[in-house]
Design a protein around this ligand. Structure first.
Ligand code: ADP
Ligand code: MG
Length: 270
């Protein structure tokens, strides 16, 4: 009788990039996230849909620790964000991590916002070089070479010396993506990255995001671009009133949604 070679534990091989459990967030009396569970596998793209005010931005901000959470946990690449558990005399409590540790955790996550938030008095190249030089301490020549590579990747090598005001909204947003990538994030968060753009500029930004997804980047994308969700997402999540109403494969959620609230929302945006 032959013994089978031991295969690696498949669960260990696919440890989630993002694991959110029982997440609650309040702003004063306003209970904005009311028990969110979400798992994103490495290399996967999750698209989050939902009406305005449903808590999508807050969810992204909790992943990135731009908000302190009220209950539950957020893990990125197996590391709990923002807090550590301390058990003393059988009681487990959460302790807020030191701001330096929080900053290190945050630096593993790139975020792109609806508004491009570029530094107006710096060129595209300088915008992309800023964090590697200032935060990570890269030499200017290293940061410059890498920034040029990233600008090339988003199709803007010929705009490196332009200031934001000299660029279209779509170009500015592509610089913002290059800037986020400059810190070599393991995870990219996008909060309605095309909502502020003129319609004719949306495609170039979605194209860059699609390339990024193909390259294997793990992404969580809040967008109303259903076409992007259908083509690029591995998982579509529909949120309403601070909970995930429905999630699944794009065809399932977008074409044959189970929940009435999802159907109503899609009827509005499609
Ligand atoms: P979405 O991105 O889905 O439109 P948000 O996460 O931005 O929703 O907001 C969810 C709810 O939380 C809204 O009612 C919003 O007004 C409220 N909210 C968001 N940020 C804050 C804040 N910093 N202080 C108070 N209320 C907030
Ligand atoms: Mg929002």
């Amino acid at each position: 009788m032959t013994t089978q070679p031991t295969t690696p534990d498949p669960a260990a091989a696919t440890a989630p990039m993002v694991q959110i459990e029982g997440l609650h967030k309040l702003f004063g009396d306003l209970h904005v996230l009311r028990g969110v569970d979400l798992t994103v596998q490495p290399g996967a793209v999750s698209v989050i849909l939902g009406p305005s005010g449903s808590g999508k931005s807050t969810l992204l901000r909790c992943i990135n620790e731009l908000e302190e959470i009220d209950a539950g946990s957020v893990e990125v690449a197996g590391e709990r964000m923002g807090y550590r558990e301390v058990t003393r005399r059988g009681r487990t409590r959460l302790h807020r991590l030191h701001p330096k540790v929080v900053a290190r955790q945050r630096s593993r996550i790139g975020m792109v916002f609806q508004r491009f938030n570029l530094f107006p008095h710096r060129t595209a190249l300088e915008n992309v070089m800023e964090a590697p030089v200032q935060v990570r301490g890269d030499s200017r020549s290293t940061a410059r070479a890498r920034a040029l590579e990233l600008l090339d990747r988003v199709g803007l090598s010929d705009r490196a010396d332009h200031y934001p005001a000299q660029l279209s909204g779509g170009q500015q947003q592509r610089v913002a993506i290059a800037r986020a990538l400059a810190m070599d994030p393991e995870l990219m968060l996008f909060d309605e990255p095309t909502s502020a753009l003129d319609p004719e500029l949306v495609g170039e930004v979605l194209g860059v995001m699609q390339d990024l997804a193909r390259s294997g980047m793990t992404m969580v994308v809040v967008t109303h671009e259903i076409g992007f969700a259908r083509e690029v997402a591995d998982q579509v999540v529909f949120m309403d009133e601070g909970v995930i109403v429905e999630q699944g494969a794009p065809e399932q959620v977008l074409v044959t949604p189970r929940e009435q609230r999802t159907q109503d929302f899609l009827a509005h945006v499609l």
